[in-house]
Design a protein around this ligand. Sequence first.
Ligand SMILES: CC(C)=CCC/C(C)=C/CC/C(C)=C/COP(=O)(O)OP(=O)(O)O
Length: 335
Amino acid sequence: MTVVRSRSTDQIQTYVEPAIRALLDRLDAGNRLVAGYQLGYWDADGSPAASQGKGLRPALALLSARAAGAAPEAGAPAAAAVELAHNFSLLHDDVMDGDTERRHRPTAWTVFGVGPAILAGDALIGLAYEALVEVPGGEPAARRLAEDVRALIAGQMADLSFERRDDVTLDECLAMAGNKTAALLAASCALGALLCGGPPGLVDGLSRFGSHLGLAFQLVDDVLGIWGDPGRTGKPVGSDLRARKRSIPVVRALTSGDPAGLALADLYRSPEPLTDEDVARASELIEATGAREWTQQRAWQETERARAELEALDLPEDVRGELADVADFITGRDH
Ligand SMILES: CC(C)=CCC/C(C)=C/CC/C(C)=C/COP(=O)(O)OP(=O)(O)O
């Protein structure tokens, strides 16, 4: 995993991975194989692999436990739960988008089939709740995760509905990202403290921190989806544009009133499949409206808001520093 600090990576390997692997052992062999492939623990034939994601959500959950004065390992069930919920959403998202590559390797549905990928996603979200409810006092954390997963699903539904509309506003798009992505980041920041008996003011403050962070994350993700380096992001660039997705830079460009935005609207309305040249032209048009710059600036603004939430909290200084590092990593990242 590539998280901002090696300390988080070590703690994920020591406390979170074993918890997730033990949960995977509860699954039947078929779902376990697909789920562990998705999590990056093994290849399609079951041989060991190291293809995990960045580990951002479990890192935040462990920090959240430490923010409440607990040892990091006390946050492991929360960290396992958010990583499992995240991978549930990725499995289903890749099916819905028809994406063929993630984390530098073929997506699960292309390897195992659509049905198995959907079922493994279902299995993971079940395990996420099990991870929490089995901890003494874990019910409030499980409820909180359920609320945020509901928001995530609502965000995904909104995202899908945008594909059939040409009047999506920037506010709608930002609200969609707040649900689709920021809700789980907020949960990641809240759950460790919630599980470890942190006071409501701390849990709420960490949650607001995570929410701003999550919006920053999606803003950067949308920029990387158009202008990123596939060698770094591990997925093809331009697939959102090819699918005429209404990501934040696209909607900013379409609603800018700039002539380049109007040309982009024509391209998006065209009944023909978009060629490589069309995709390249679309990214140039978006950039010409200033939407790339706006999106990146807005990400920094959200990071500043996140930092302000941190400043208002009574936290151990090392934890505050590590949370601030995560915020900087998110906005400055190239993968
Ligand atoms: C219900 C449903 C299908 C919802 C879909 C929600 C969804 C996929 C939102 C996008 C979130 C996102 C940018 C994930 C990449 O995270 P990352 O870059 O941290 O991933 P990593 O673990 O590979 O590092």
